[in-house]
Design a protein around this ligand. Structure first.
Ligand code: WTA
Length: 650
């Protein structure tokens, strides 16, 4: 567990902000008085084709049903509704491509037409509601169009981050038995086109290790022409988007789906090597996405320009890049590139140019901005900013203050939002204009959300004491399970506190004496690298997959820039001993290729032995001490305590 420094500095909401805020303190009172009535009311933010008979059915716990019997179409709630209400000319997406000249504004009417064409094409392939579609795309308009077209047809999408390797894509395609993969020829990265379809070809073929022939479920690959680079082509399987989608009719009648219909799967790292396909619903998910987006970011659809910097490959890109903001009729910035391409001014130029008023990003990026220097944001007019958001990892108080002072003009409220792929939407966050904030604290569960910090017996811990963060009541956007593995679902999240029926989040936390919640980092074998979840065992198995490695142990060590960094200790096979720096580089490259560049270890140390208990379990705690340069803790349970001395000498 990383130790985030805590502070007791407080920032009260300004009277000026409070006077215009969407949220009021009444939300807390209302939700406390009757939680289910509160959610019933929130559900009416959306357009339903059929009303529900019951708000929550928890009789099959831990699988919940929300808005039982209700029917809706998620895409129609994100598009048609706004057009029907006369807002078709509002810009839905200010799309900004990486090559600077490449940009396009897409109105709600245009987006609806684009999504209708794509939906018409997908249904012409014979896909039916419930089929899975994998989306492996950069941040281009077609990625949004593809997600919404799936939602419109009830096709369950599984977005795979385009930075993931072909092996990672293959395992996700196989697990979900996706019938179609949507991708692009390539993507722009720092001014240069980089291939992407090539990874799809590799993923779906039979040449990867650990695959048994070509991917059996996939019969079509739909390819967006983004960069114009050369690609291999399978005439049976592959089809160019621009040759089939634009000619489709631009209207499409949406069908209604059950509130529980699975909207998407999103794979995330767990404590074992195999990623879990987190299943999300349609109704409950969209209700909480919409409610939290509106209140936490104080969204004014007519005037705000909202920018969530997360890639669609992560849950933040789903809930606060697509479904939350579009359900609320927001005008969103979507940026294809990186923050320092062509130079470090890029994000601030975009904020200035588009008059971004709500900016939602991650602590790791704020720390990067800090490193680049305050002169960079200071060179731009950022006065449009009125709300700042943070997500993905605890934000250290220094970064929090810097964010507020240098991007938020010294006054924009910061919403530090705690949630997870599994929770689907924000769970803990201050409400701007209502809740006081403290740098580094996510403050309190949102109205309608019940969480606690408990000890191993499920008892609430005293304030200032560390405990485990749990959900004590079901919530609408909660995961409905792990795709194809409901036992793992029960075991991972519900077995720790089976007696109490609490959801175990995997994070350590504490309440402070003012009742503010401080999230202190993961307590399991999941690392958090720049806000990305990676399991230690995933990296270990990638290392052991290399012929030189006999055994590997991986820990997350605190890192100023990335929050945590991956540190690996490896034992080499006999004939590789002494192969040096070149081997370390090769191992780093192997992990990048097997998982993704984000999983590349910062340090790899070759060791003769690993610290193990008598039962053979690697003691990661000791390796973490070592990696963080601390005094090594209690070694008495090691089968051979002298190992740590030898490692320390290295
Ligand atoms: C961490 C991202 C502290 C936490 C939406 C959680 C945070 C994991 C915060 C989920 C925050 C996320 N403060 N820690 N505001 N937000 N985390 O699934 O450890 O990618 O369990 O979802 O990120 O990561 P995930």
């Amino acid at each position: 567990m990383s130790d985030s420094s805590t502070t007791n500095e407080k920032y009260a909401p300004s009277a000026e902000f409070a006077a215009q805020a969407n949220a009021t303190a009444d939300l807390y009172t209302e939700a406390d008085a009757d939680r289910l009535a509160f959610w019933d009311k929130q559900a009416r933010r959306l357009t339903w084709d059929q009303e529900w008979s019951e708000v929550l059915d928890w009789s099959q716990a831990p699988v919940s049903k929300w808005f039982v019997g209700g029917k809706l179409n998620v895409a129609a709630n994100c598009l048609d509704r706004h057009v029907d209400e006369g807002n078709g000319d509002r810009v839905a997406v200010h799309w900004i491509g990486e090559p600077k000249s490449d940009a396009r504004d897409i109105t709600y009417s245009e987006l609806l037409a684009d999504v209708s064409r794509a939906a018409n094409y997908l249904s012409s392939l014979g896909l039916v509601a419930g089929d899975r579609v994998a989306i492996y795309m950069p941040m281009i308009p077609e990625a949004y169009i593809a997600m919404l077209a799936c939602a419109r047809l009830g096709l369950t999408h599984s977005v795979v981050f385009a930075g993931f390797s072909s092996a990672a894509l293959r395992s996700r395609v196989d697990d979900a038995e996706a019938k179609v993969v949507i991708t692009s020829d390539g993507q722009f990265r720092r001014g240069k086109p980089a291939p992407l379809k090539a990874a799809v070809d590799e993923a779906l073929g039979s040449d990867l290790p650990n695959v048994d022939g070509p991917a059996a479920s996939v019969h079509k690959v739909l390819v967006v022409r983004r960069t114009g680079i050369d690609v291999d082509w399978d005439a049976e399987r592959d089809v160019w988007w621009d040759e089939v989608v634009p000619e489709q009719p631009d209207t499409h009648t949406p069908e209604s789906f059950d509130a529980e219909h699975p909207l998407f799967l999103l794979y995330t790292s767990g404590t074992t090597g195999k990623p879990k396909g987190i299943v999300h619903s349609s109704g409950g998910y969209l209700v909480q996405a919409s409610y939290t987006h509106y209140n936490v970011f104080d969204l004014k659809p007519e005037s705000d320009v909202y920018w969530c910097t997360a890639d669609i490959g992560w849950v933040t890109g789903h809930t606060y890049g697509v479904y939350g903001p579009l359900s609320n009729g927001s005008t969103c910035v979507v940026y294809e590139g990186t923050p320092n391409s062509p130079d470090e001014h890029r994000h601030f130029e975009i904020i200035e140019d588009k008059k971004v008023s709500i900016y939602y990003s991650a602590p790791t990026l704020v720390r990067t901005f800090m490193k680049w220097g305050h002169e960079i944001p200071a060179a731009h007019d950022l006065s449009s900013i009125r709300v700042l958001g943070s997500v993905g990892e605890p934000i250290n108080p220094e970064a929090w203050r810097w964010y507020r002072d240098n991007i938020g003009g010294g006054k924009a409220p910061i919403v530090d939002t705690w949630w997870q792929t599994e929770t689907g939407a924000i769970m803990v966050s201050p409400l701007p204009g209502v809740t006081e904030t403290k740098p580094g604290s996510a403050m309190r569960p949102l109205p309608g959300i019940s969480m606690d910090v408990v000890d191993n017996d499920g008892e609430t811990v005293a304030s200032e004491e560390q405990g485990l963060l749990v959900g004590t009541e079901p919530w609408p956007a909660m995961l409905r399970g792990i795709w194809g593995d409901m036992d793992r679902y029960r075991d991972t999240y519900w077995s720790h506190f089976a007696e109490q029926g609490y959801y175990f989040a995997g994070d350590g936390a504490k309440w402070d004496s003012d009742g503010a919640l401080w999230v202190l980092g993961r307590v399991d074998d999941v690392m958090n690298i720049s806000g990305h979840r990676i399991s230690t065992s995933e990296v270990e198995s990638a290392l052991v997959g290399h012929e030189a490695v006999a055994e590997a142990a991986v820990v997350g060590a605190s890192d100023e820039q990335t929050g945590q960094a991956i540190v690996a200790y490896v034992i080499l096979r006999e004939h590789h001993i002494g192969s040096g720096d070149e081997l370390v580089d090769a191992l780093k490259a192997a992990v990048s290729k097997e998982i993704s560049p984000i999983a590349k270890p910062r340090d790899i140390t070759v060791v003769p032995e690993l610290p193990k208990t008598r039962s053979g379990k690697i003691m990661r705690r000791l390796l973490r001490d070592l990696a963080e340069g601390r005094e090594v803790g209690d070694t008495s349970t090691l089968s051979d305590p002298s190992i740590m001395e030898a490692l320390q000498k290295k």
